[in-house]
Design a protein around this ligand. Sequence first.
Ligand SMILES: [Ca+2]
Ligand SMILES: [Ca+2]
Ligand SMILES: [Ca+2]
Length: 297
Amino acid sequence: MLREIKLILSILGLCALGSALIIPVHADLPAPCEYYGGVTLFGMPAPAGSVVVAAINGQERGRITLQLPGQYGSTCIFGTHLKVQPTEEEYANEDILFIDFFVNGMKADESSVYHPGVIRWQDLTVTRVPTPVPTPTEDPLPIVMFNATPRAGYAPLQVAFTDLTSAGAGSWSWDLGDGTHSGDQHPAHLYRFPGNYSVNLTISTSSGQSWLRVQDCIQVVEAPIQMFPNQTSLPTDPDNDGFYEDLNGNDHIEFDDLYIYFSSMEWIGENLPVNPFDYNLNGRVDFDDLYSLFLKI
Ligand SMILES: [Ca+2]
Ligand SMILES: [Ca+2]
Ligand SMILES: [Ca+2]
């Protein structure tokens, strides 16, 4: 009887031991997929210490640090590899799990598909050039342009110049063609005598100089002059400034000329070019011209 009891206890003990040896298995978590291979950054081996990250759906699922330049993971099958471990949910819910690789935060050109428990060689290359940081560049040289109004007319001719150069100009240097220069941006100039005048505008910026020269830009024609009413001589320009002040033609500026001007204002407008008699440059014969003439007596 005792022997039977011992036998039963032995059997029960073996069963208990067997029960204790049953290892719980979590079959839901899939085995990781493992990678190793070369790493190239912009054509050069990635330096040791570089970090390769594997991601599934944008979430990190594994990482490894390079121990050697240009290589991640051990080439030995039993060595350390980049282990990519999806979550249970990912594995259960998606048929195909794509793996993206990042080297030092930069996405590699290659991607892979997760296979449980597989160890595979996968070279990684980063060839995309990062967006260059804009660096300050020198201003381009300006393209010089200008306009002149009027371009032609009787002497003396008042011309207004307009600088039309693209922005960024630093300083202006005008050669107005008759020995006159100006540093204004939009100069005005009186061409006193007939002739063709070539105009040059040079613009200086921090980048350098640009210029534009217009040949025969301004064409000034001699005004046709005739005798004033009741006079026997042609008017003259005694002070040689381009304006005709000596209206009776005796080579002197005097009160008689003032009187002739006053009594002929309408006649001048109708019979002569205004320019030689428009002393105040306002484009017409007026009482201010009379005053200007008075000041010259
Ligand atoms: Ca004069
Ligand atoms: Ca006179
Ligand atoms: Ca006038």
